[in-house]
Each structure stands twice: as structure tokens, then as C-alpha cells.
Design a protein. Structure first.
Length: 272
């Protein structure tokens, strides 16, 4: 089994005069034994192999009605494009994958390029730990630069939980929600993060009780635990469902981040 370390954000020349100057972030462990040569598909969101199989860049979201931005990144003819499958085909026949660009022996992760340039935002599905942090950091660069999706007057992606009424327009969409956890709740099967005192109108985040250990392991990287989140400002990422009040179901631990590093005693500023 071949394993390489792919440097996220490592500079790679994509076309004459088009360079992505990247800070070297954390790295992802990506196994190349299953890498498949691909090319951009007619559907901007996908890449395809010679046999017509479609590969979907994982852990990215683009709002409906907004182009994916593939056209904004020119891939030079001497740059190889590889798909590394992460899991099996989804219901639409697409294979979620890491997409790599390779030129002159250097590799760069396509997902990082899209996030850095504001062509997409981070939607954790398969990325964990350092890999998730690196992708979040890449998105943060575009947010700070107000580029792409984050430009002034662009599509709204971020909502404040203290204004639950605003979430109605986002029903069915994947968003970023930020706010203070008012209280916590639990049943045998579900854990609740309550962002208000009345669940029929206020925002609620939920996770399966069976996933609690995984969430606590992720939170522990910054010194937190689910039981200690009451009163803390957090960020949720997920699809808004209107179940009485707005509801976001958390499936991947990276969908939940505390916007304060307890160990460092400071607010997390990376993605403002």
C-alpha cells in the first residue's frame, strides 16, 4: 500500500502566469494505490475517468445557482489530475474522492485550491483532525480576503443562532451557523445543543448518542468536551431542517467547532 503526505496549499504552477502561492498547512495522509487519472467533466462539479466514471471532490459545498469555480482555475496541459476514491459510489453514481494535481513531482489538493480561492466552502464529510483543520484554514484565507463566495454582497452562507427567524430562507441548504449554546440535553439516542430556551422556535443542533465519543475526541484537540459546551460560542455546519425551530443534524465531528481554544485561552480567529 502506497501512502504519501500531500502538502495542503503547497505552491503549484497551474498555467503560465497562474500560480497558487500557498502556505504549507497541516497535511492529509492520502493513499495513492487507488489513484485514477481523471479530467474535468462537463458538469463543473465533477471529474471523470476514461471509462466515464464520475468523481466528486469530497468535503466541498457550492451554493445552488453559483458556479463551482472550476473554470476559474486553469489546469496546465502538463499537470496530471488524479482522483483518490474515499468511499463507494453515492446514489447518483458519483465516487467521493480527493482530487490531486501533480506537476514536476509536486502534489496539491484540489479541495484546498477551491477553498483558498473562495470557489467553495468546507463541508466536512471525510476530513478529520489535522486534515479538517487545514481545509478550514484554507477556507479562512478566502473569508479574510473576501474573495469568491465571501465577497461583499455574495450569497449568504453564515447565520447567527440568536436570530432563528433568518434560518427559514436557508431551509434545505447547507450553511454555517454560529452562536452561543444556551443549554444541553440528552436522551438515550440523541444529544442536543440548544441555542435558545424554546425548542419550537429556536435553533437546535443534534448528534447521535452513538457518535458522542467521536465528537468528544475531536473537541479534545482544543480542550473541550460536549458536557462543557453550555455557554460557549460554537460553529455548526450542516443542512438546515425546519423541525419546529431550525435544526442541524451533525454526522461528522468536524461539523462542530468551539470558537475558543480552551488550552490557549483565546478565541479562534482563523476563520472570521
Amino acid at each position: 500500500m502506497v501512502k504519501v503526505m500531500v502538502a495542503l496549499g503547497f505552491g503549484v504552477l497551474l498555467a503560465p502566469g497562474k500560480a497558487v502561492a500557498g502556505q504549507e498547512f497541516e497535511v492529509c495522509n492520502i493513499q495513492l494505490d487507488s489513484a485514477i487519472p481523471v479530467r474535468p467533466a462537463e458538469d463543473e462539479a465533477l471529474f471523470e475517468a476514461e471509462d466515464g466514471t464520475s468523481y466528486l471532490p469530497s468535503d466541498l459545498r457550492v451554493p445552488a445557482g453559483v458556479g463551482t469555480g472550476q473554470a476559474g482555475v486553469v489546469i496546465a496541459t502538463d499537470t496530471a489530475v488524479l482522483a483518490v476514491p474515499i468511499t463507494s459510489q453515492d446514489r447518483w453514481g458519483r465516487i467521493p474522492s480527493w482530487i490531486l494535481l501533480q506537476r514536476a513531482g509536486r502534489l496539491v489538493l484540489w479541495q484546498t485550491l477551491q477553498l483558498e480561492q473562495g470557489n467553495a466552502f468546507f463541508a466536512p464529510v471525510h476530513a478529520v483532525a489535522a486534515c479538517a483543520e487545514a481545509l478550514r484554514h484554507a477556507e479562512g484565507q478566502a473569508r479574510r480576503d473576501r474573495t469568491g463566495l465571501w465577497r461583499e454582497g455574495g450569497v449568504r452562507l453564515t447565520y447567527r443562532t440568536e436570530k432563528p427567524g433568518a434560518f427559514a430562507e436557508a431551509a434545505g441548504r447547507y450553511v454555517i451557523a454560529r452562536g452561543r449554546v444556551v443549554s444541553l440535553g440528552k436522551t438515550r439516542s440523541t444529544r442536543y445543543l440548544n441555542f435558545g430556551r424554546y425548542w419550537k422556535t429556536d435553533v437546535t443542533g443534534t448528534l447521535r448518542a452513538s457518535d458522542e465519543d467521536d465528537f468528544n475526541a475531536a473537541l479534545a484537540r482544543t480542550g473541550w468536551h460536549l458536557d462543557g459546551l453550555a455557554g460557549r460560542v460554537v460553529e455548526l455546519r450542516g443542512v438546515v431542517e425546519m423541525k419546529d425551530g431550525p435544526h442541524i443534524a451533525l454526522r461528522n465531528p468536524e461539523q462542530l467547532v468551539v470558537l475558543e481554544d480552551k488550552r490557549a485561552g483565546r478565541e479562534r480567529q482563523g476563520n472570521n
